[in-house]
Design a protein. Sequence first.
Length: 65
Amino acid sequence: VLTQSTKIIDKSGSEPIEMKGRVPARSVVIPGTYQKEFPAGSYGVNCALIIGKRKASTDLKTSLN
């Protein structure tokens, strides 16, 4: 589930880019976690990881006849 406060991290480039609120068009997204420090310790928090862009060849393979 993505909300306005869900962190979206683009890992497809050489450096990660963090954003919130909107996933860019044609992005390939998988669930992930990032570490966040709390007074009681460090915990994994859910996020969305962008791992690439959808290719036009994929559209052709997955389209309906």
